[in-house]
Design a protein around this ligand. Structure first.
Ligand code: HEC
Ligand code: HEC
Ligand code: HEC
Length: 429
């Protein structure tokens, strides 16, 4: 007699095998290689349009390794399933996309299929890029095919079984990929439609700003409810009106183009490169993004609407008092109420910061651990890193003080344990 667990195990193996066979059957054909099109075959108008498309899509952010050549790939992307490396998309024929036709490139963008037919991992946000227009895809192709070719092969991915078996992605795609150009919504104006295309398509904002389910898919009903990326919280983008100073279109445009706005915290972590790219595109694109985002806002629950000024000045706890002392020594020269740098148009009070008012201390911890790197020309936007200066307990004390002083929301819990956790995650990245 065969026992039940064995039957179940056999059934499991049979199902896995059937899925694998099915997946192989629906795998994609290769598209024939072409000889690299000469740069002179692309006109300057199209290349210029392509530069804008590539900036809006943040292609360079993922496809460039630290200190590496632009678009040559090799950047590791950490996922819950292991590490995926972005590949070389320079026009090198051997190691890049030099021998890709426009047809092959279009299929990669719209369907997540590589030229030779293997399925691509959704760490490449093709579920969003699929909404791009044909002309935008052709422009991006022209731009990339006229960059400097670089010989470079990305390291092999390190993914857990069975996700290292690419054909299984066909099932993922069946669930999450809705391929095709986005259709215009006739009842809305041109700016809104452009904004929707940029936010949902090229800008792939939801890929960071939405929660992911256990298999790394975005839940349709939870778009823009907020997500976690590279150890940072990407805040919800549909409650922008619940900020201490509700976001206006002008503030959003300024934030997205400069990384700063007078009534909000600054862009940091994974958002910083997004704003650097948006700084290079025409203002009208960013205005459209802002207009569309503001149309997504949920009604503000009155309990959730914080005021910028603290109403009750409850006495500080012992930990918060220790934090106050550290704050006076290390932070007040920039963040204190009397700081000369806090004059209008320069630095907002911490009371306006989403990080300080958030449900978790994660982003505030990241700010204190890492600071904001010195950019030379941009002295206003510099913050030293305190990760090596203060212990987990000291950072917890500091942030408990900051929370009690600058936010209307209740105290964070387990701050010290979270500091330890964030440090550990950062070290592993
Ligand atoms: C969030 C990170 C990310 C962004 C942004 C991104 N890519 Fe990628 N891309 C990847 C990763 C990772 C891969 C490799 C996926 C794999 O190997 O399965 C990839 C693969 C590709 C491929 C397939 C290359 C091959 O050899 O199979 C193309 C083409 C591509 N990306 C083009 C683009 C373009 C064009 C843009 C901008 C519009 C862009 N990518 C933006 C992460 C990104
Ligand atoms: C040399 C100036 C400087 C010092 C010193 C400094 N900061 Fe900052 N801090 C900045 C800048 C610039 C930003 C980003 C722009 C902004 O929001 O004001 C920032 C942002 C922050 C933020 C996130 C606010 C946001 O942008 O959402 C927190 C939290 C923070 N700092 C805490 C601290 C703490 C705690 C200390 C002391 C341990 C400290 N800072 C010391 C300059 C400084
Ligand atoms: C690679 C991931 C990533 C992508 C892509 C991304 N964001 Fe973000 N975004 C973040 C993170 C993380 C933060 C929080 C960082 C901080 O506050 O400094 C953030 C912060 C923001 C904020 C500030 C919210 C607040 O309450 O302070 C806005 C607005 C925003 N993003 C809009 C966008 C838009 C619009 C797009 C698409 C064009 C986009 N983001 C794409 C990761 C991302």
């Amino acid at each position: 007699m065969i026992r039940r667990p064995v039957v179940l195990a056999m059934a499991g193996v049979a199902i896995a095998a059937a899925l694998a066979v099915a997946a192989l059957l629906i795998s994609k054909r290769a598209i024939a290689p072409v000889s690299p099109p000469p740069p002179s075959s692309f006109d300057s108008q199209t290349k210029l349009a392509g530069a804008r498309v590539v900036a809006l899509g943040d292609c360079i952010v993922c496809h460039t390794a630290k200190g590496g050549k632009p678009f040559a790939g090799g950047l590791p992307l950490a996922t819950p399933f292991g590490t995926i490396y972005a590949t070389n998309i320079t026009p090198d024929a051997d190691t890049g996309i030099g021998n890709w036709s426009l047809e092959a490139f279009t299929r990669a963008i719209r369907n997540g299929v590589s030229r030779d037919g293997h399925l691509l991992y959704p760490a490449f946000p093709y579920i969003h890029f699929t909404h791009m227009s044909d002309s935008d895809i052709a422009a991006a192709y022209a731009y990339l095919m006229t960059r400097e070719p670089v010989k470079a092969t990305a390291p092999a991915n390190a993914l857990i079984f069975p996700l290292n078996f690419r054909p299984l992605l066909a099932f993922w795609n069946a669930l999450f990929l809705r391929p095709g150009e986005q259709q215009t919504e006739a009842s809305k104006d041109a700016e809104w439609n452009r904004g929707r295309l940029l936010v949902n398509g090229l800008g792939h904002c939801a890929s960071c700003h939405s929660p992911l389910n256990v298999i790394g898919g975005e839940q349709p009903g939870q778009a823009f409810d907020g997500g976690v990326v590279d150890g940072w919280d990407a805040p919800a983008l549909n409650t922008l009106n619940a900020a201490p100073k509700p976001w206006t279109k002008q503030q959003l445009v300024t934030y997205l183009r400069t990384g700063r706005a007078s009534e909000h915290g600054a862009a940091a972590g994974p958002m910083l490169p997004v704003t650097r790219d948006l700084a290079t595109v025409p203002a009208e694109d960013v205005e459209a993004i802002a207009a569309y985002l503001l149309s997504l806002q949920k009604p503000v629950a009155s309990s959730n609407a914080p005021r910028a000024v603290r109403a009750s000045a409850a006495p500080l706890t012992a930990a918060q008092q220790r934090g106050a002392t550290l704050f006076a020594a290390s932070c007040a020269q920039c963040h204190g109420n009397a700081s000369p740098m806090q004059s209008p148009g320069q630095r907002p009070t911490l009371a306006f910061s989403t990080a300080v008012n958030a449900g978790t201390p994660r982003n505030a911890i990241q700010m204190v651990l890492g600071g904001i790197a010195w950019h030379g020309e941009d002295t206003i936007n510099y913050m030293p890193a305190f990760g090596d200066v203060y212990s987990n307990e000291q950072i917890a004390d500091l942030l408990s003080y900051v929370r009690a002083t600058y936010s209307q929301h209740s105290a964070w819990t387990d701050v010290e344990a979270t500091v330890a956790k964030v440090r550990k995650e950062n070290d592993a990245r």
